[in-house]
Design a protein around this ligand. Structure first.
Ligand code: OGA
Ligand code: MN
Length: 286
C-alpha cells in the first residue's frame, strides 16, 4: 500500500508501522486524515516520531476519529480531563498496563483506539508490545473456529482474579500517581459480556477479542473456562503475532483497540516515564 501524504515503514511482519512526514500539531487535510485512517486499518498500530504536541493538539487529532472515551476508573489531567497521564515515578515498583490487554474491554463499548504520546522516557526500556488479533484468529484450526463461534467472554474492570481480587487502588500502590488518580466509576457498567470472535466494523475481518480483563466465558464456571481461556490468551500473543515499539520523547502510537492487544514492558524501575493518552470511543462489539 502506498500513500501520497507520507511514507509508511512496517516495524514487524505481524503489525505496526512508522509513519514519516506528518506534523500532528497542525490540523490534517481531509486527504491526509483519510490516509492516516487507512494506514491504521492496514497496520493496526501506527507510530509517529518527533512530535511536539500540547494536550489540546493531541485531542484535536484524536477527535478526527471520534468522540473521546473517558476511563471509568482513572481521572484525567486537571485542565484536560480527556487526557490521561500514565506516569511511573523513579521509586515506583509497578507498571501500569504490564499485562496483555485490550483497553477498557470491561465496558459496554470498548475503545475504538488510543493515542499514547511519550513525554519522558527511561534511558532504556519501557517499550510497548502489540499483538495482531486477526492473525491469532486466522491461525486457529477450522474446528476451533467453529467451536468458538457463539462463545462470549465476561470481562471486569476491577478486582481481577489474576491479582487475587485486590482493588485497583491497592494494586496501583506501586505506581503512586496512578493510585492517586483512581476514581469511582459511578453508574458506568464495568462488567460486560462480549463475543470472543468479533468482526471488525470497518475491515469486516474476524479477530479474537480477548485480553487481561476477561475472567471466564459467559455462562460458564471458572473451572470450565480456564483451560481454553488460558490456551487462547497464550496463543494470541505468540511472538509471530507481535511487534515491539521502542519509544523516544515525542513518539506517538495510535492503535486500533478492536483488533490488537498491548503490553507495557516494566523493565525500567529506578527511572521515570511519563505518557499522555487520549482514547477514542468505540462501538458495541459484534
Ligand atoms: C495504555 C497502556 C502502555 C504503555 O495506555 O493503555 O496500556 O506502554 N499503556 O504505557
Ligand atoms: Mn492499555
Amino acid at each position: 500500500m502506498s500513500y501520497q501524504s507520507f511514507d509508511v515503514t512496517p516495524i514487524s511482519g505481524a503489525l505496526g508501522a512508522e509513519v514519516h512526514g506528518i506534523d500532528l500539531s497542525i490540523p490534517l487535510s481531509k486527504q491526509t486524515f483519510e490516509e492516516v485512517h487507512e494506514a491504521l486499518l492496514d497496520n493496526l498500530v501506527i507510530f509517529f516520531r518527533d512530535q511536539d504536541l500540547t494536550p489540546e493538539q493531541q485531542l484535536s487529532f484524536a477527535r478526527r476519529f471520534g468522540g473521546i472515551h473517558l476511563h471509568p476508573y482513572m481521572k484525567g489531567l486537571d485542565d484536560h480531563p480527556e487526557v490521561l497521564a500514565i506516569i511511573k515515578e523513579k521509586d515506583d515498583t509497578r507498571t501500569f498496563g504490564a499485562s496483555w490487554h485490550v483497553d477498557q474491554m470491561f465496558t459496554e463499548k470498548p475503545a475504538m483506539g488510543a493515542m499514547l504520546y511519550a513525554k519522558e522516557l527511561p534511558p532504556a526500556g519501557g517499550d510497548t508490545l502489540y499483538a495482531n488479533m486477526y492473525l491469532a484468529y486466522d491461525a486457529l484450526s477450522e474446528g476451533m473456529k467453529d467451536m468458538l463461534t457463539n462463545v462470549k467472554t465476561f470481562a471486569v474492570g476491577d478486582r481481577f482474579k489474576r491479582l487475587g481480587g485486590q482493588s485497583r487502588k491497592d494494586v496501583y500502590k506501586g505506581v503512586s500517581v496512578m493510585a492517586n488518580h483512581v476514581k469511582d466509576p459511578g453508574d458506568v457498567k464495568t462488567e460486560n459480556e462480549h463475543p470472543l470472535v468479533r468482526t471488525h466494523p470497518e475491515t469486516g475481518r474476524k479477530a479474537l477479542f480477548i485480553g487481561g480483563h476477561v475472567q471466564r466465558f459467559a455462562g460458564m464456571t471458572d473451572e470450565e473456562s480456564a483451560p481454553l481461556l488460558n490456551y487462547l490468551k497464550a496463543h494470541t500473543v505468540r511472538p509471530e503475532f507481535t511487534c515491539r515499539f521502542g519509544w523516544k520523547p515525542g513518539s506517538l502510537a495510535f492503535w486500533d483497540n478492536r483488533c490488537t492487544q498491548h503490553f507495557a514492558v516494566g523493565d525500567y524501575n529506578g527511572s521515570r516515564r511519563e505518557m499522555h493518552r487520549v482514547t477514542i470511543q468505540g462501538d458495541r462489539p459484534v
